[in-house]
Design a protein around this ligand. Structure first.
Ligand code: ADP
Length: 446
């Protein structure tokens, strides 16, 4: 379908849904999503194979042992705590590791194991007897490149002969020097400089080319053109191309087809979210102050698990965070004025469970799945620009996919007739009752 961009709950591209007062780039969202991820996202859907080479049937391999990996790499995989391949890995890895090499375009949401798959494939292809770059991995940003490099270094820790070099800002090569590392992980601009301008390495010697986070790549000015320039220099007859994206739409697929010739195309659709297993409540309040009081009353209950509190504006979220802190409640806040490093630190602490409550605004949280959250508080109900219920955002915040058997709780704070009407719209849309809760009597929450 044209313009289909369901993977992030329609997060990017479309019209803004609320009075957003802070922006976050697609690249940063992808990074934050990685930071907050605890482990693999399971997905009950089947892999869709959209195109394959009829002469070599696609097969699935259910164990890492059956993939004929080098022993040191198998050891590295186990040391990372991976016991069995993820769904996308079961299908992608046999193709990525096959001989003769095959090109692949793979799409699945963030957290499904794409990075681990291509890192394993690229490490397997390295010939450490040759001291020049053979693998080139393009990432859209400095931070994403570093994340990938860290995975590669960990997975290669039992094969210390494999050397990796980052081509990112801050890294320099002396004029006239030739790069001897086997793997280059970098951003397009720096790679263009190193390969085409200064010739620190020879693109024609690259036998594995990975383009990661393709959807983020095309959202960044200039990256697509730089990718094409790099692609042109990749003339090795044995070149294998691996192309990955978290989302799927026409633009990404056009980019993919322009980069990758004769690909096997696989896709794992995101699981539908639902409100089954979610207990939904609302608390009737008079105003903002009463909403605050309601949160204070239920603080003890919401901190049994981990909770997120959504506010419509940054102003409200800052006000709430200040007030809660003053009252001695431990809360963290994710907001627009933090630096990237600070945001990473906030999400790191939340992932580790050091903070139990995270206050945020819509924009920052939209499209970031924080799966360990068991309680969601809508300090403000999600509405669109016409102040009607934004049911998609509601579902994305609160809904769970089939894999979560465990129950979740949603608490909606309502003040005034307008927000009560929004609540009723949401109730009607999903056909599920939202129960009234007396915040003085939180024992009702199970
Ligand atoms: P993606 O690139 O699709 O976002 P990643 O490769 O980063 O996914 O994997 C998501 C998370 O799952 C990471 O924390 C990673 O360490 C973990 N992971 C990846 N593959 C496996 C596996 N086979 N078994 C267990 N955990 C895995």
């Amino acid at each position: 379908k044209p313009g289909e961009q369901v993977e992030n709950g329609g997060a990017e591209g479309g019209p803004k849904k609320e009075e957003d007062d802070e922006e976050i780039s697609v690249a940063e969202k992808a990074l934050l999503q990685k930071i907050v991820r605890k482990g693999l996202i399971e997905n009950k859907n089947d892999i869709e194979v959209q195109r394959k080479d009829p002469s070599s049937p696609l097969y699935h391999v259910k164990t890492f042992e059956a993939m004929n990996l080098k022993p040191a790499l198998l050891k590295g995989v186990y040391a990372m705590g991976f016991y069995a391949p993820s769904k996308i890995q079961e299908t992608a890895l046999p193709t990525l590791l096959a001989d003769p090499p095959q090109n692949m375009i793979a799409q699945s949401q963030s957290g499904t194991g794409k990075t681990a798959a291509f890192v394993l494939a690229m490490l397997s292809r390295v010939d450490t007897t040759k001291d020049y770059p053979q693998v080139l991995c393009l990432s859209p940003t400095y931070e994403l490149a570093i994340q990938t490099g860290e995975v590669a270094a960990r997975m290669a820790s039992y094969d210390p002969d494999i050397k990796i070099r980052f081509a990112v800002r801050g890294e320099e090569v002396n004029r006239g020097e030739k790069i001897t590392e086997h793997i280059i992980i970098g951003t397009p601009g720096k790679v263009v400089d190193w390969a085409l301008k200064f010739r620190f390495f020879n693109l024609a010697q690259i036998t594995v080319f990975i383009l990661d986070e393709a959807d983020v790549m095309i959202a960044t000015q200039g990256h697509q053109d730089q990718s094409y320039r790099i692609r042109k220099g990749l003339t090795n007859p044995n070149l294998q191309i691996m192309f990955f994206s978290a989302t799927y739409d026409e633009e990404v697929m056009e980019f993919a087809e322009a980069i990758v010739s004769n690909p096997v195309i696989i896709r794992l659709k995101r699981e539908e979210e639902s409100l089954d297993n979610i207990k939904q409540y609302y608390v009737q309040c008079k105003d903002k102050e009463e909403k605050y009081q309601a949160i204070s009353n239920i603080y003890g209950v919401i901190t049994i698990g981990q909770a997120m509190i959504f506010c419509r504006t940054r102003q409200t979220s800052m006000w709430l965070a200040e007030k809660m802190k003053k009252d001695g409640h431990a809360v963290a806040m994710l907001s627009g004025e933090l630096t990237v490093e600070q945001r990473i630190a906030v999400l790191d602490r939340f992932r580790e469970g050091k903070d139990k409550v995270l206050i945020t605004t819509n924009v920052l949280a939209r499209g970031i799945d924080i799966e360990q959250v068991t309680i969601v508080v809508n300090f403000d109900l999600p509405v669109d620009m016409k102040r009607q219920a934004d049911c998609d955002t509601y579902l994305h915040r609160i809904g769970r996919t089939g894999r979560f058997g465990k129950a979740g709780i949603a608490i909606n704070l309502v003040d005034g007739s307008e927000s009560f009407a929004v609540l009723k719209q949401i109730e009607q849309h999903f056909g599920k009752k939202i129960m009234k809760l007396d915040s003085e009597d939180v024992d009702e929450i199970e």
